[in-house]
Design a protein. Structure first.
Length: 186
């Protein structure tokens, strides 16, 4: 039976090349529930701190308790993250051009998904600001750049790494850690 869900649709045949634990993170159903400890960081300086607040990241820490619940269907997913008790929710959907569109208001990121050696890589292909119902695409030289990947860390664990860089400022913030998929995860 073919996989159903947003990520299988975006990846097509490459979906089957992902490690089983990575696929389970994106399997439609009750939605994965995962937890782990993450290193969360924010670069020093006012611009970096302002961006960290904008996306509601918690204060930096080396072992921040992290939880994630993913719900969705074949059209969209909602990622409800909690870093040290602070929520960070994003909505993901299929873009008209076959890309993953992730919204963390007021930012909209667009990614091409790629599978390499069982891991899932998010290659950013666009960014926009969404303000009062308006979508304002940002040119690459102005917009923040996000790099992200999910790599297998065993049969029931996934290593997550996310970094955001800003033009002229360099790395702004990031988080990384390993999440354990719960027993009830499809």
């Amino acid at each position: 039976m073919p996989a159903v869900g947003l990520y299988p649709r975006l990846l097509g045949p490459a979906w089957e090349t992902l490690h089983g634990a990575v696929r389970r993170m994106h399997t439609v159903g009750a939605g994965p529930s995962v937890r782990g400890l993450f290193r969360v960081w924010c670069a020093p300086g006012l611009p970096a701190r302002a961006l960290c607040r904008l996306v509601r990241l918690p204060p930096p820490g080396e072992a921040v308790e992290t939880r994630l619940v993913v719900t969705g269907d074949a059209e969209r997913e909602r990622w409800a993250r909690s870093f040290g008790g602070r929520p960070l929710v994003s909505d993901e959907s299929l873009g008209a051009d076959g890309v993953l569109v992730e919204r963390v208001p007021p930012i909209e990121l667009r990614f091409r998904l790629e599978a390499h050696a069982g891991a899932l890589h998010f290659r950013q292909v666009g960014v926009a600001l969404r303000l009062a119902g308006l979508r304002v695409p940002l040119p690459a030289f102005l917009g923040p750049r996000v790099t992200a990947r999910e790599t297998p860390a065993g049969d029931a664990a996934v290593r997550v790494e996310v970094t955001m860089r800003a033009p002229l400022l360099g790395p702004i913030f990031g988080y990384e850690g390993t999440v354990e998929l719960s027993e009830g995860t499809p």
